[in-house]
Design a protein around this ligand. Structure first.
Ligand code: FAD
Ligand code: SIN
Length: 532
């Protein structure tokens, strides 16, 4: 079946919904989303949105903090834009109905690692859920936005899917839509549009331990790469320092805001240790804190460190972190006001992604990207806490006028795209391979491409991932698609992109640390790692 819309948005997190809301004034919008419409990384965001909202803060300070955390390779122009446009976008979000926590009649601004001022706007400790609710409610009021749940994008449609095109120079590639697997009907449809906005979020599921929900399988990066788009900085995977030890999959996050509120990291023997690593101690940026925890665990052969809140007033802890408090108590039987919380790092955020300019354009015409799937240049080698929701808000908005104009200028009808053809494929009996292979890649990435890397470990990971990738590609060609197979194929490709990028960067910078090149090497690596 072929569906036609003016604009196709892939993903219903903060980036996709903010964009769809605004684009609805320019034409018909289809939002396709893998599972339930609220299921996204956005929905689990705890800490909040960083923005300059107080007179004791300044744009210059927020820019400075972001650039310092990015360790030399953030793009200053993108950072300036994000910081300066952030407060306006946040007020718009409030005007469409998002309710953030107030104190004495104004926004209650929290603190997180690497920020030199209180600037985290939050809705208790469930900020993302509130943003998602508000945006979904607002979108529901727009007549010309249609959300397709349980629809998984398989491939972006470019000249490769139109028979009359043969050899295409890379700079002429154009995207006209996507093939999408309807998981209820078990059928692949073509969704055609004049502009396509990729908002598929992160790739945390490439790793065994992650804060990301099951949807975060790097589909957007993988699809864009296969379509010929440029991908950058995939080696910079952020590990969140504090997730609850042994909390299952995904790992339960203990927000950085808890340390911002005064929580202190300690060893199991009760000693503080962060002062050996950074003067900001428990509130140092994430790369430093995650590295410090990892180093202490390896040195001591222990499984977790502790996050201690017992010195803080219990009623205030309960008041500020109601979700974390009640989840720890009810699901994990830990009273965080009375006992220290056992914590470990887990994969959390992909700083790299599909390269875009400051207006969301990718290197493929008609294909735009925003949110975690994109690489705007803001985060560089490490992301400052709570800058992700802000980045998604600012850059999805900037793509609106640009993509609307792009649609307006597309006068000719879309080319004749072929329907999905799965004739000759079978329902193989080796489905068990899919779950085994997914687990194998996650384990390899966790063991060999984690917080501290080495050339030998990366080579080992590359060999193993290549083996699995070949097997998966072969299986993909022979069988009918399923959502599990689509995800596995994308996880395998993203793992490969992460490893290749990590091998290219022969230095240690931000989130990429390797024992073979311990120093930062500005003479050779003060730049993005670009794959295409
Ligand atoms: P997402 O919100 O992840 O949305 C992606 C969407 O794409 C989903 O709807 C998904 O179903 C859909 N999708 C994916 N693949 C496909 C496909 N193939 N076909 C169709 N649909 C698809 N950042 C902050 O700034 N502050 C915080 O406090 C914060 N806390 C966090 C806490 C947790 C536990 C996690 C996991 C992340 C947190 N982050 C935080 C990061 C932040 O939440 C994300 O980076 C941000 O929400 C990404 O938004 P997005 O719109 O780009 O993607
Ligand atoms: C958190 O609440 O610690 C997550 C914040 C973020 O990822 O920016």
């Amino acid at each position: 079946m072929i569906h036609r819309f003016d604009i196709l948005v892939i993903g219903s997190g903060i980036a996709g919904l903010s964009y769809a809301l605004k684009m609805s004034q320019y034409g018909s919008v289809a939002v396709i989303t893998k599972k339930d419409k609220a299921e996204s990384n956005t929905n689990y965001a705890q800490g909040g949105v960083a923005a300059v909202m107080s007179i004791v803060d300044s744009f210059d300070l927020h820019v400075r903090d972001t650039l310092a955390t990015g360790q030399g390779i953030s793009h200053r122009d993108a950072v300036e834009i994000m910081v300066r446009e952030g407060p306006v976008r946040l007020r718009e979000l409030i005007s469409v109905g998002a309710r953030f926590t107030q104190k004495d009649g104004s926004l209650d601004l929290g603190r997180e690692g690497g920020h030199s001022a209180n600037r985290i706007v939050h809705a208790d400790d469930l900020t993302g859920r509130e943003i998602e609710r508000a945006l979904l409610d607002a979108v529901a009021e727009r007549g010309n936005v249609r959300i397709f749940e349980n629809h998984v994008a398989v491939e972006l449609i470019t000249q490769h899917h139109v028979s009359r095109f043969r050899e295409i120079p890379r700079d002429e590639l154009q995207c006209w839509g996507a093939y999408v697997f309807n998981t209820r009907e078990q059928r692949v449809d073509a969704f055609l549009a004049r502009a396509v906005m990729l908002c598929t979020g992160g790739a945390g599921q490439v790793y065994l331990h992650t804060t990301n929900p099951l949807i975060a399988t790097g589909d957007g990066v993988a699809m864009a790469y296969r379509a010929g788009a440029r991908i950058a900085n995939m080696e910079f995977i952020q590990f969140h320092p504090t997730t609850l030890f042994d909390s299952g999959s995904p790992s339960f996050l203990i927000s950085e805001a808890v340390r911002g509120f005064g929580g202190i990291l300690k060893l199991q023997n009760g000693q503080e240790f962060m002062d050996h690593y950074d003067a900001r101690k428990s509130l140092a940026p994430r790369d430093i804190v995650a590295y410090a925890i990892d180093a202490e665990l390896k040195k001591r052969g222990e499984e977790y460190v502790l996050l201690d809140l017992r010195h803080l007033p219990a009623d205030e802890v309960r008041g500020h972190f109601p979700h974390i408090y009640s989840t720890c108590l009810n699901r994990y039987k830990i009273d965080i006001t009375a006992e220290p919380i056992p914590v470990v790092p887990a994969a959390h955020y992909s700083c790299g992604g599909v390269m875009v300019d400051v207006d969301g354009r990718t290197s493929v015409k008609g294909l735009f990207a925003a949110g975690e799937v994109s690489m705007t240049g803001v985060h560089g080698a490490n992301r400052l806490a709570s800058n992700s929701l802000l980045e998604a808000l600012v850059f999805s908005e900037r793509a609106v006028p640009v993509s609307a104009e792009f649609c307006r200028l597309q006068e000719s009808p879309l080319p004749p795209v072929q329907e999905w053809d799965d004739s000759g494929t079978l329902n193989a009996e080796e489905w068990i391979l899919v779950s085994h292979n997914r687990r194998e890649i996650q384990q390899v990435m966790w063991d060999y491409v984690g917080i501290v890397r080495s050339t030998l470990r990366l080579q080992r990971a590359a060999r193993r991932v290549e083996l699995v990738r070949n097997e998966v590609e072969d299986f993909y060609k022979r069988t009918k698609v399923t959502d599990a197979l689509i995800e596995l194929r994308n996880i395998a490709l993203c793992a490969d992109l992460i490893i290749r990028s990590a091998m290219d960067r022969k230095e240690s910078r931000g989130l990429h640390r390797t024992t073979d090149y311990r120093q930062q090497d500005d003479s050779r690596f003060l730049k993005d790692t670009i794959l295409s």
